[in-house]
Design a protein around this ligand. Structure first.
Ligand SMILES: *Cc1c(COP(=O)(O)O)cnc(C)c1O
Length: 545
């Protein structure tokens, strides 16, 4: 309704209205609300444009930096949002959107989210959240128990204890990882004699006092980039995150890990933390956690497990054994907004020892008084929303066996997809799914055969053309808007560790059917044939010798 004649006015009365009077059921917003609550999938399907616009075009709709001097009626503004924003957003909950870790949400989440926003609790302190604080502590307790499996007595003692915390709820895996390493750093470089601790005196004085040449964080080359961010803001520098190479299954090479620990010790560089990954972001593999825990113990360093994505697998009795050794970790990161089907903004870290968070404790006079149960004294973030309610509700509504079904189903689906890729002559499976994530690429049979016999140079040449073809197909597929897979570049052992472009698929959406997966291959196969440069080049290269 861009041609609307009505003009809104910024008056006391109009402002009073927006705070007190709901939008009428037959207003634009009222109708949208109804549609969203009755048929979200239909709403998104209708309003998100299938054909994508160039980002440079979209930017033109968002190029004015002036704050409006003239208010807009909600309905008019809603039309604007639908037209310019919603239509050009991404249909992440579509069953054929299988490229990322966030997917569909259960229906009950929508009204609950609205309630959460309406209540607008601030979890930083009890004064502004009351029952939300014990609820969040319970959620942390539940996830702690999922990882560490202590007895009732343990949780009775610690879950609601003022000076302890079983973990920290935060906005996501990044902040969870930062929090874990912050705790590790402050415990390692704590107060000692006249030294007041790194939290007070900073990293420079701490290294001087403890006489270390530096600190290091060791993780496999598949580690998430949030660890480098953590090292950066904790004052260690990104280069102190040392990547250890992986075996052919994308799991950290423990022999190399030991050798690195040894070499660092010889240079008087203290290993702050060894980080195991339980579900790597790119390939979905799980490090040998038990063995890593032993090495961490041997070198007396914090053992953190980044299970941001894969942690939810613990809810499946069938697949829980894949994460064996996670219970030996000093801290574990889990994102509820990935495989627990909670909306974005729900990550957490749990600590084996409920006292370890004392090292990051902060107090302030007007809030977070000593001895209070305020959650804000042990979190990096200050004001935080009541997202824990959504995790709490999901754990109750779905329950552990429900999650088990979802998780098992996703892994089965990934195995099915891997099977049809392997059976297809013109596709190549690059990494087999251990959880519900796999990578592959389009690679015609003649080229596959050629690659097994080619010398190194010819292999590199063919692979570099294949990279271009992969990118071509992935972009075309996204632009078509029917389905979506992501792409990433990973080292492939089979090709002498060459960094190779691959499609990456995460099968978390319960509504993704086998038929959709079959269709994805059909579509990609057709798109490949539209490449009039790369495909012919490959074929002639492969058949010319
Ligand atoms: C997603 C992910 C993160 C980061 O989590 P955010 O919620 O995006 O901040 C960290 N580690 C791993 C292994 C992840 O998959």
């Amino acid at each position: 309704m861009t041609g609307s004649k009505r003009k809104a006015q910024a008056t006391q009365e109009s402002l009073h209205r927006i705070f007190t009077i709901p939008e009428a059921p037959n207003s634009t917003l009222g109708r949208i609300e109804k549609e969203i609550s009755e048929n979200l999938a239909g709403f998104l399907g209708n309003h998100i444009a299938a054909k994508e616009q160039l980002l440079s075009e979209i930017e033109k709709d968002f190029d004015c930096s002036k704050i409006p001097e003239q208010p807009t009626f909600v309905s008019d503004h809603m039309h604007h949002l639908l037209d310019k924003l919603v239509s050009q957003s991404v249909h992440t909950s579509s069953p054929s959107f299988i490229g990322h870790m966030t997917s569909a949400l259960p229906y009950f989440i929508l009204p609950l989210s609205k309630l959460m926003v309406g209540l607008n609790q601030n979890l930083v302190k009890i004064e502004t959240s009351k029952a939300f604080t014990p609820l969040e502590r319970q959620v942390l307790g539940m996830l702690h128990r999922l990882v560490y499996q202590n007895d009732d007595n343990f949780y009775d003692t610690w879950m609601h204890s003022a000076n302890h915390s079983l973990g920290a709820f935060c906005s996501g895996g990044t902040v969870a990882n930062i929090t874990a390493l912050w705790v590790a750093r402050n415990n390692l470089l704590g107060p000692d004699g006249t030294f007041k601790g790194v939290a007070r005196e900073g990293i420079f004085q701490a290294l001087k006092h403890y006489q270390y040449e530096g600190l290091a964080i060791l993780v496999s080359s598949r580690g998430h980039y949030s660890l480098k961010k953590s090292a950066d803001i904790l004052g260690l520098g990104q280069d102190s995150v040392i990547a250890i190479s992986t075996d052919e299954h994308n799991k950290i090479d423990c022999q190399k890990l030991k050798e690195k620990c040894q070499a660092l010790a010889a240079k008087n560089i203290r290993v702050l933390s060894i980080v195991g990954v339980a579900g790597t972001t790119e390939t979905g593999n799980i490090d040998p956690l038990t063995e890593m825990a032993k090495i961490a113990q041997q070198y007396d360093c914090h053992f953190h497990v980044d299970a941001a994505w894969g942690g939810a697998t613990l809810l499946s009795e069938k697949y829980r054994p894949l994460l064996q050794g996670i219970e030996l970790a000093d801290s574990v990161t889990i994102d509820a907004h990935k495989q627990m089907y909670v909306p974005m903004g729900a990550g957490l870290v749990v600590f084996k020892n409920p006292a370890s968070v004392a090292s990051i404790e902060h107090h302030a006079e007007y809030i977070l008084r000593k001895g209070s149960k305020d959650l804000g004294s042990h979190t990096l973030e200050g004001s935080r929303p009541g997202m824990a309610m959504l995790v709490y509700a999901s754990l109750h509504v779905i329950s552990r066996p429900g999650y088990e079904l979802l998780i098992n189903q996703s892994i089965d689906k990934a195995n099915y997809f891997a099977d049809i890729i392997e059976q297809h002559p013109d596709f190549e499976l690059i990494t087999k799914p251990e959880l519900c994530l796999l990578t592959y690429r389009y690679n015609p049979k003649v080229v596959q055969t050629f690659l097994t016999q080619a010398d190194d140079d010819a292999q590199d040449l063919a692979n570099s053309i294949l990279d271009k073809l992969t990118k071509f197909i992935q972009k075309r597929q996204r632009e078509n808007g029917k389905s979506f897979v992501s792409r990433t570049r990973i080292e492939v052992q089979k090709y002498r560790g060459r960094k190779t472009l691959v499609f990456r698929v995460v099968l978390a959406n319960p509504l993704t059917s086998r038929e959709i997966l079959e269709d994805v291959l059909i579509e990609q196969n057709e798109l490949a044939k539209e490449s009039h440069t790369f495909l012919p080049k490959l074929i002639s290269l492969s058949t010319s010798r």
